[in-house]
Design a protein around this ligand. Structure first.
Ligand code: SAM
Length: 274
């Protein structure tokens, strides 16, 4: 009987093509087909390295439907690779269902590690990195986003978020409301690319920097926030959580007044306005 193939999970660059490892290239060259999030994008990447392999589309919208066929193919002896548009597959990218199904079917799933924006950003941020919490993308809906952030206000680990150009300003505003203007943070933008920038400061300072310079709103971002100190003021944390919820229904000044009353936190710690 034919022995099953291997599913290789291959990281690709997050900008600089020099970050595709020799082993990644060798693996991509050796598989029967490559599952890609966007086949056009991956075809261009392969072309840059003079490689041409059969490509199969595996994206968020067809992953469920594709998984059974791909597992059957692996069981029949074909080795496959999975790549995403950038960085490490499955990290805020498709592939989780395929990996789970392949493992359940007893297929060998083997990583070819490489670039990951979150880890690259953490490595240059100068924030505590012994423990950190990767939060991926925040919800698009403002109320859900604020709720998520409010729940993280007391998190002691360094927090990592992925963010896109069109929401960076809103996200920073919501982060400052949830964690306080003074919380230290770092924004890593366009890592490994021409306009790579790493900015640090308090959330208020970073908001100002980004608001003042349109260039700082372009490209791809990892936002990292220092964790709350172990002695974080529980009343203020609770007050901010309440404020984030109440401000959906009340004026900011009213929400702050009520949140302060309910939590016992000073109103000024919850809202900077009048
Ligand atoms: N799988 C990828 C990884 O391993 O990093 C992440 C894919 S996710 C769909 C794309 C997000 O990653 C972007 O919106 C941005 O937040 C972050 N990102 C990707 N490339 C980046 C870069 N060069 N610099 C900063 N952030 C980046």
């Amino acid at each position: 009987m034919q022995s099953p193939g291997t599913l290789h999970i291959v990281a690709t660059p997050i900008g600089n093509l020099g970050d595709l490892s020799p082993r990644a290239l060798e693996t991509l060259r050796g598989v029967a087909a490559i599952c890609a999030e966007d086949t056009r994008h991956t075809r261009q990447l392969l072309a840059h390295f003079g490689l041409e392999r059969p490509l199969l589309a595996l994206h968020q919208h067809n992953e469920d439907a594709q998984v059974a066929q791909l597992v059957a193919r692996l069981q029949a002896g074909d080795s496959l690779a999975l790549v995403s548009d950038a960085g490490t597959p499955l990290v805020s990218d498709p592939g989780f269902r395929l990996v789970r199904a392949a493992r359940a079917a007893g297929i060998r799933v083997s990583p070819v590690p490489g670039a990951c924006a979150a880890i690259a950003a953490l490595s240059v941020a100068g924030l505590a990195s012994d423990r950190f919490a990767f939060e991926g993308f925040l919800p698009a809906k403002a109320s859900a986003r604020r709720e998520r952030l409010a729940r993280l206000a007391a998190e002691p680990r360094t927090l990592l978020f992925y963010e896109s150009a069109h929401r960076i300003e809103e996200a920073l505003a919501d982060m400052a409301a949830a964690f306080g203007d003074e919380r230290p943070a770092v924004i890593a933008r366009e890592l490994t690319k021409l306009f790579e920038t790493v900015l640090d400061g308090t959330l208020a300072q970073l908001r100002e920097r980004v608001a003042a310079d349109p260039n700082q709103r372009k490209g791809e971002f990892v936002v990292m926030i220092e964790g709350a100190g172990e002695d974080a003021d529980a009343q203020v944390v609770e007050g901010r959580r309440l404020y984030a919820k109440l401000v959906e229904y009340l004026k900011p000044s009213q929400a702050a007044k009520l949140a302060a009353e309910l939590s016992g936190a000073p109103r000024k710690a919850l809202y900077g306005g009048d």
